[in-house]
Design a protein around this ligand. Sequence first.
Ligand code: TXA
Ligand code: MG
Length: 332
Amino acid sequence: MRRLSAFPPVPDPEAIAAAAEVIRSGGLVAFPTETVYGLGANALDAQAVRRIFEAKGRPDNNPLIAHVPDALVARELVAEWPERAALLAERFWPGPLTLVLPRRSIVPDLVTAGLPAVAVRVPAHPVALALLRAAALPIAAPSANRFTELSPTTADHVSRSLGEQVDVILDGGPTTVGIESTVLDLTGSTPRLLRPGMVTLAELEHTVGAIAPPPLVTPTSARLSPGMHERHYAPRASLVLVSPADVEREAARSGGMPVGALVLSDLLWPVQHPVRMPNDPAAYASRLYAALHSLDDLGCHMILVERPPDAPAWLGVMDRLRRAAVPDGAER
Ligand code: TXA
Ligand code: MG
């Protein structure tokens, strides 16, 4: 695996050209987006896309997002481009919003997991955009981590999770948004939120009117959206959502093993590795995965997470925390 430095704001042209060549010849390139690092392959080449599933150890009934440099290329992959899509693309692209639309037949079944719709997104990252333009192909990319592990927000996270399984890692420094894109399904009569993210429900509704909430998760509906798998985005440590009043009791369950915490309040937390997190949801999201990665690296067996405010702006963060958390009453 080659690791090429491609720091923004000016992506290194040689690194981009080399990575684009790897994409064009059917290889795998990990690249930064504004949300998390993606593990990319030519979205129009089923053989190349198959390698993504193998590298991640991900079941191939999970559809992938096709990344494109602009809305014009997105329209080449979809069979319909409703007014809503145009409005949303105009307002939020490039940016952390993925749109699910009826697909055209040039999109391989493996990308959509056989579904009649394809997910498309224009990432807001100079390295990702330079790569998409140089490759001149749509790039299918899930997050660049092994299945069910934490998403990567640095090139180091990628190389530790996937290592030699990737042909090239483009290092663009830490990502800024920090959690995966908001996913919106535009195939029905009302747009439906499939995965909350930092483009908020309020912003979406402001642009296109009422949005239906995510469908309830059942084992069969999980395949609609891999982000809906119950345990997903999880650190190795057991993550427990707590209020400050419960910290002492929860920390005592660790049996003396190292405990970390993501802390919002100024209270003194009785744990070995407290990490102070910002009270602003965007800043919190930006640091979330890096904080969990670092607590895993410190060998924490348990991570206590102070429950963030129950407010719409925190929906994306809460969704990732809930999925990473140990279900109530489960073994810790
Ligand atoms: O921010 C992101 O979205 C990152 C970066 C790399 O772009 N990618 C990402 O990919 O998180 P992944 O594979 O981990 O998650 C893909 C999401 C799923 O949760 C699912 O909701 C949605 O995309 N998705 C993809 N294709 C779909 C389809 N045909 N129908 C419904 N949902 C789909
Ligand atoms: Mg993922």
